[in-house]
Design a protein around this ligand. Structure first.
Ligand SMILES: Cc1cc2nc3c(=O)[nH]c(=O)nc-3n(C[C@H](O)[C@H](O)[C@H](O)COP(=O)(O)OP(=O)(O)OC[C@H]3O[C@@H](n4cnc5c(N)ncnc54)[C@H](O)[C@@H]3O)c2cc1C
Length: 314
């Protein structure tokens, strides 16, 4: 069998690796190289953020957690495991994904910054995306795969020459397969210099808006926003100022950090992830793997396993 995966973000690369590991001769065709994808902008900590349906997501998230923890033990993957502290202004229920994560513990108000009432801490794998995507591409190529820069206009035409097509086009699926249920969810982040921060901090319920601090080897990613239906890729100055203010309030050491870059990405939002064989296609096999919203990294390996299963079930 031979396959073409469309897309070179985290979904395409992980799927490509799993297909090759299943013995399917695989190429990736992509409009943009990996460094220009939404995936490259991701803060990329493991968290099933705004993705549905929860029962399926739970399995994909669990498989990915296990795989990322394994990768954290290997040099040069860009993956590490850090503590993540999520904070709440009111009382918080146990998260629905609690059983997946290691070292989970509750925090009470006295252990949290002023203004927070409840919290929890867990061991969270996080990928430094520029390094991680390069690692994935290297691994894909070492397995015999090829990445080609090519824009695809019609998936059905590709099926004339290939047994399996895997659609990993993120928000591009809206045009490629005319999926009108997809919406871009704009995310803006500020990249600043490292100032000795180790722990990921997250507040997604505070009145000031979504706030997260993700330390990496040489910088920190500060976020964020989640703006449905906004497609502007131009960083907004006021938004950046708000992100910096909120993050410095959470972690005062960031006041000494140097701003390195402003980045924007469009999360591929969809009411539910589309991971299935397209039943409307009778000649060849078209598998969709897109619509991962704010959790494409956190679900990547679980979804890639499923892609390989669907491809080999023929
Ligand atoms: C600011 C921000 C922070 C985030 N933080 C996290 C986080 O902490 N954890 C997490 O898990 N997720 C996070 N995400 C979400 C994550 O980035 C996405 O879910 C993920 O990147 C989606 O990956 P993908 O490979 O499906 O799509 P993409 O990375 O968008 O890749 C799509 C690929 O398809 C190609 N393509 C599109 N159309 C065509 C075409 N017609 N022909 C050929 N190629 C085509 C593109 O060139 C690209 O290579 C964040 C996102 C943003 C914006």
């Amino acid at each position: 069998m031979n396959a073409v995966v469309i897309g070179c973000g985290v979904s395409g690369l992980s799927s490509g690796i799993r297909l090759l590991e299943s013995g399917i001769d695989t190429e990736i065709w992509t409009r943009e190289p990996a460094v220009e994808t939404t995936s490259n902008v991701a803060a990329a900590f493991w968290y099933p953020y705004k993705v549905y349906p929860e029962d399926l997501v739970l399995n994909w998230a669990a498989a990915t957690y296990t795989e990322l923890v394994k990768l954290a033990a290997i040099a040069d993957t860009g993956v590490v495991v850090r503590e993540l502290l999520e904070m709440f202004p009111g009382s918080a229920a146990q998260p629905w994904w609690r059983k997946i994560v290691d070292d989970f513990q509750r925090f009470i108000a006295a252990q949290l910054p002023t203004g927070y009432y409840d919290g929890y801490l867990f061991a969270c794998p996080v990928a430094e995306m520029p390094i991680y995507l390069a690692y994935l591409q290297r691994r894909f190529e070492d397995l015999g795969g090829t990445v080609r820069i090519r824009t695809v206009d019609s998936v059905t035409e590709l099926l004339n020459d290939h047994d399996v097509i895997v659609n990993c086009t993120g928000i591009g699926a809206r045009e490629l397969v005319g999926d009108q249920t997809m919406i871009p969810i704009r995310g803006q982040v500020v990249r600043v210099s490292q100032v000795g921060i180790e722990r990921i901090l997250l507040d997604q319920h505070g009145a000031a808006g979504l706030t997260y601090i993700v330390p990496r080897s040489r910088d920190c990613v500060l976020g964020g926003t989640a703006e449905p239906n906004d497609e502007s890729l131009v960083p907004n100055e006021q938004t950046a100022a708000g992100i910096l203010t909120r993050c410095i309030q959470l972690e005062p050491r960031l006041a000494n950090a140097v701003v390195l870059e402003h980045q924007v990405g469009l999360r591929p939002g969809r009411p539910g992830i589309r991971l299935e064989v397209d039943r409307n296609v009778t000649h060849g096999r078209l598998i969709h793997n897109y619509g991962h919203g704010g959790a494409g990294v956190a679900l990547s390996w679980g979804c890639a396993d499923e892609v390989a299963r669907l491809a080999t079930a023929a």
